[in-house]
Design a protein around this ligand. Structure first.
Ligand SMILES: C[S@@+](CC[C@H](N)C(=O)[O-])C[C@H]1O[C@@H](n2cnc3c(N)ncnc32)[C@H](O)[C@@H]1O
Length: 271
């Protein structure tokens, strides 16, 4: 933590900010490529102003730093060169106005109220306003496992699982779910979820491509239960029956299928 640039910027800020010690390495991990560039960075949650100064130091003078808070007193930070918007992150109309005024952004960091409703509405309203290559990072996602932030069934982490399904629907229409065409990838670290935006890449079509290299027609063991195949092959070998025989191959394949259905040795990892 001490070596991270964001920690150094945090310690330099003259105004108060309180952050968890594990966050600085994650900030550096997600944001390092955006430093000293002409980016638009938005943080929800201004409180005592400390993090605004931290981000200005971290990203450098070319960055446009915008703060959002429900508390109208946050406007006072405008005289320090920050852009401040007052409104609630769970208000879809607030976001529509915000997007009209600000335009596209590069990074959104949510350190606001941390309820599931606030986190989900913020994500849904802002994903389309982030430039390709940009990030939407929701902080304090441990609230998904805590009381008083909303119904657990609709927690932010539960919502992200649906996004994982929707990303996979880009492969092809497997289940009728709408494919996700803004988020390229999702990264989970302790207490944070980062959505990497790339609309262009999310429209890429998945097709099978061969490199036309030499093909030795290796037997494809896909879908097979390796343990059962080995046991059956050794059984047939002992009986001096060739496993190249078509009927024997069919028997082995049938047994593999039956045993795969009956025994799921990875179940313990779900418990
Ligand atoms: C954890 S503090 C932010 C701390 C600040 N980012 C820092 O690091 O110093 C949370 C802030 O979110 C604001 N907030 C709470 N609910 C909000 C909402 N619905 N919309 C916008 N801001 C909200 C609070 O007023 C408070 O200033």
């Amino acid at each position: 933590m001490e070596h991270s640039q964001s920690y150094k910027s945090f310690m330099k800020s003259s105004y108060n900010s309180i952050k968890h010690s594990t966050y600085f390495d994650s900030y550096d991990h997600f944001f390092k490529d955006f430093r000293n560039k002409e980016i638009t960075f938005v943080e929800i949650g201004v409180l005592a102003g400390g993090s605004l100064f931290m981000w200005r130091d971290y990203f450098g003078p070319k960055a446009r730093i915008i703060g959002i808070d429900f508390n109208p007193n946050a406007k006072k930070w405008e005289k320090h060169g920050f852009e401040i918007f007052i409104g609630s992150q769970s208000d879809e109309n607030f976001w529509n106005e915000f997007k009209t005024k600000v335009g596209n952004i590069d990074i959104l960091l949510d350190d606001g109220g941390h309820t599931y409703e606030q986190q989900i509405i913020t994500t849904e309203c802002l994903l389309d306003a982030i430039n390709d290559g940009g990030l939407l990072v929701i902080e304090d996602t441990h609230s998904s496992y805590m009381k008083n932030y909303g119904k657990r069934k609709y927690s932010f982490v539960e919502y992200t699982k649906k996004k994982v399904d929707a990303i996979n629907m880009r492969f092809k229409d497997i289940s009728g779910l709408e494919p996700e065409r803004r988020v390229w990838s999702i990264e989970f670290v302790e207490s944070m979820v980062a959505f990497k935006i790339n609309k262009k890449a999310s429209y890429m079509k998945s097709e099978l491509i061969s490199n036309d290299g030499e093909n030795d027609h290796a037997e494809d063991y896909v879908y097979r239960n390796a343990d059962i195949s080995a046991k059956m092959k050794s059984f047939f070998n002992k009986m001096n029956i060739s496993t190249d025989n078509r009927l024997v191959k069919r028997i082995i394949r049938k047994c593999e299928k039956i045993s795969t259905k009956r025994k799921f040795s990875a179940k313990k990892y779900f418990d």
